[in-house]
Write a protein that binds this ligand. Structure first.
Ligand SMILES: C[S@@+](CC[C@H](N)C(=O)[O-])C[C@H]1O[C@@H](n2cnc3c(N)ncnc32)[C@H](O)[C@@H]1O
Length: 371
């Protein structure tokens, strides 16, 4: 059994896992999901929403945790050991010291909410990390056995940050789509298959297209702004120079998403964060009427775009789009509705909201398939 430690939007991370892997995932806590099937560890760096994966070694009663840990640690040659308690066992100092005395090795007790910095440290120091995970649902408060699982993969936090910071072209006006979210959207569109042609008709600086190239797609991008097209071109050329990346192709066109099919008549799937309206000043909110008008304009733009995408996609081809809605004055104002998308010829698959606490704009990450 494998345990996936999910990122800050667990529902979205789980959706990504369910689209990429064939086996069953089940929530064990609110941000850990179990997976009971074969797993190719080399596929894990492709994920955008998982921070760490551990493999189960033993399932024991709480009383046997210490003795089993002693056995497992003694049998492993790694000098540094870390222990992370996700089971709320309250391994008090006394118990922790007892374990330390018994194994005579350096053990670090990592807090339950292992932050990205600790994860980076662990992955660099070749530490054997053992995780204590509840076997029943902690959420239901049942008494349970404890799973002892060994960390087998940790995401490369530095790689994500450096790709975002070092790319040649950045533009805050064109929105700051987090690269991990761009990767998740890509994986939702491709289902983890490489070799597909993925398009972003609102490509901006090319965040989605860069992540898609990293996982083996050939890419197509369109945007109405010439500066975005030039910027995306330099970013994609830069990605192509990544050591070890197999050759990929790309094409970029200046054009409106509502005419996408005229300049790109075919693609396998579409993944995009579209134009979401003018940047809203959250300290000085626009009037409700103004926001309703913005939403109406976006609805029209998206209808036109979805009609055009339909002509370029194969039957069953997916569109994954961050469809915005606005949370203002205690109301949620939506843009295009699922009913409209269904009448435009798409099957609705699912949608997960993604937003920062208190933010006015919610990105509804929506998966559709052409009927
Ligand atoms: C939020 S940004 C896109 C982010 C992009 N998907 C990425 O991965 O970085 C929105 C982009 O849509 C472009 N845009 C606005 N209206 C458009 C339209 N009608 N057709 C195509 N692009 C449009 C803007 O120029 C802007 O670059």
């Amino acid at each position: 059994m494998f345990y996936f430690f999910l990122g800050n939007t667990p529902d979205l991370s789980l959706l990504e896992l369910r689209k990429v892997y064939p086996g069953e995932f089940t929530f064990v806590t609110k941000d850990i999901a179990s997976y009971d099937a074969e797993l190719d560890l080399n596929s894990l760096p492709h994920l955008g929403g998982t921070m760490k994966v551990a493999q189960s070694l033993e399932v024991v009663s709480p009383k046997k945790v210490i003795s089993t840990l002693v056995e497992l640690i003694s049998a492993d040659s790694q000098k540094n050991i870390a222990l992370t308690d996700y089971a709320s066992l309250d391994l008090g100092r006394a118990v922790f010291h007892e374990l330390k005395d018994k194994v005579e090795r350096s053990i670090r007790f990592v807090s339950m909410e292992t932050g990205p910095h600790e994860l980076v440290m662990l992955s660099h120091q070749h530490v054997l990390e053992l995780n204590l995970i509840p076997s029943g649902s902690l959420l239901e408060g049942k008494s349970q056995n404890i799973i002892i699982a060994k960390t087998v993969w940790i995401y490369d936090a530095e790689d994500w940050v450096s790709r975002d910071r070092s790319k040649p072209y950045r533009d805050i006006k064109r929105g700051m789509l987090p690269p991990k979210l761009a990767r998740i959207i890509t994986n939702l569109a491709t289902g983890g298959k490489s070799g597909l042609t993925l398009a972003d008709p609102f490509c901006g600086t090319g965040t989605v297209l860069m992540e898609a190239m990293m996982v083996g797609c050939n890419v197509l991008g369109g945007d109405t702004n010439p500066e975005a097209i030039t910027g995306a071109k330099s970013n994609l050329e830069w990605i192509l120079s990544t050591p070890g990346l197999a050759p990929r192709t790309y094409a970029l066109k200046l054009g409106d998403a509502t005419h996408f099919d005229e300049f790109f008549p075919s693609c396998d799937c579409i993944a995009t964060e579209p134009y979401m309206g003018p940047l809203l000043d959250e300290r000085n909110p626009s009037s409700l009427d103004k926001i309703k008008n913005i939403a109406k304009g976006l609805d029209k733009l998206y209808r036109g775009a979805f009609k055009s995408f339909y002509k370029s996609l194969p039957v069953g081809g997916r569109v994954v789009m961050t469809i915005p809605s606005f949370r203002v004055y205690g109301k949620e104002i939506s843009t295009i509705s699922i009913d409209t998308l269904v009448t435009l010829g798409y099957n609705y698959i699912s949608s997960v909201p993604y937003s920062k606490p208190g933010a006015a704009v919610i990105r509804n990450i929506t998966i559709l398939e052409k009927k």
